[in-house]
Design a protein around this ligand. Structure first.
Ligand code: MF3
Ligand code: CO
Length: 291
């Protein structure tokens, strides 16, 4: 049981200031959105400065691991080779791959090729072929803090059609970011991403979304990329979540591999591309913590 904080009590954030001179007006602002019927973050979703510093450091490791993969990618290598690169670099930098043994996931990274939407499992049987497009999704635990981001790569000579898909994913993230600011809504970002994909003749996967991240691998809120402006959770300084739309050339319908129970494929076999960034809402905009 906890007592409601008094306005003259010390603030919960650890500033040693009185609540009324610290987070009271911030909390009142959130409450006013709630009264208007909006979904608002709980205090757990809003990170403290100390947590943000830790998560930022974790993000730096995640970025360095992806940079390392990027420098070593080549036609003919296997996705198992990518797994080794991720495992070794993460350990070298003092981290732990967050996917390894996560709910039974057997590898240190997700590698999703062509018609695979996400959660591809690295294998020594899968070689990167000329013309493939691949998503490499890395997540790290560093000093107890979680980070998560993914990049899309074109292997060798990729067709104009498939290159365009990869381009549009990158563009859609940029369009979404234009809508990321404190006191806006996650739906503002989701709609911008969805519209950009649709405008280019693509669809956006509805059933898999982004997520809060930092203290745990997957936290509230769940983040949709087919949402509507003015809906979904209020964005508040201190929130950290991923933006990771999966964009399909054909139908948005997907299915999960029945053998491994992880890998997600497009229903029609057409290609899918994804990019994932991790963002912090700041007092005047956002900071990208991993990409
Ligand atoms: N990085 C993926 C995500 O964005 C991780 C999925 S969990 C896994 O959430 F076990 F499949 F790796
Ligand atoms: Co993620």
């Amino acid at each position: 049981m906890s007592k409601k904080i008094g306005r003259n009590d010390l603030c919960y954030c650890g500033s040693q200031k009185k609540y009324k001179n610290c987070h009271a007006s911030f909390d009142d602002k959130i409450t006013s959105f709630k009264i208007q019927g909006h979904e608002v973050p709980t205090r757990e979703i809003i990170k403290t400065p100390e947590q943000i510093d830790g998560i930022r450091e974790s993000g730096k490791v995640n970025i360095a691991v992806l940079d390392h993969v990027e420098q070593n990618l080549k036609v003919g290598m296997t996705t198992e080779d990518i797994d080794q690169l991720v495992y070794q670099k993460t350990i070298e930098l003092g981290g732990i791959p967050a996917t390894l043994n996560y709910e039974g996931f057997p590898k240190s990274v997700c590698t999703s090729i062509n018609n695979q939407v996400c959660h591809g499992i690295p294998s020594e049987k899968v070689h990167l072929l000329d013309g493939d497009i691949i998503n490499v999704d890395v997540s790290t635990i560093y000093k107890g803090y979680f980070s998560d981001s993914s990049r899309m790569y074109c292997i060798g000579n990729v067709s104009e059609e498939n290159k365009r898909l990869v381009e549009v994913v990158k563009e859609s993230i940029a369009k979404g970011l234009e809508q990321v600011k404190p006191w806006g809504f996650l739906g503002d970002m989701g709609q911008a991403i969805h519209e950009h994909a649709l405008k280019n003749g693509y669809t956006v996967v509805q059933d898999i979304g982004g997520h809060g991240v930092g203290i745990h691998f997957h936290e509230e809120p769940w983040v949709s990329f087919v949402s509507k402006s003015g809906t979904e959770m209020l964005m508040v300084p201190g929130m950290i979540f991923t933006i990771e739309p999966m964009i399909n050339q054909g139908t948005d319908e997907i299915f999960v591999d029945e053998e491994n129970n992880w890998t997600v494929y497009t229903e029609d076999g057409k290609f899918s591309a994804q990019q994932e960034i991790m963002v912090l809402i700041t007092d005047d905009g956002y900071e990208i913590l991993a990409y």
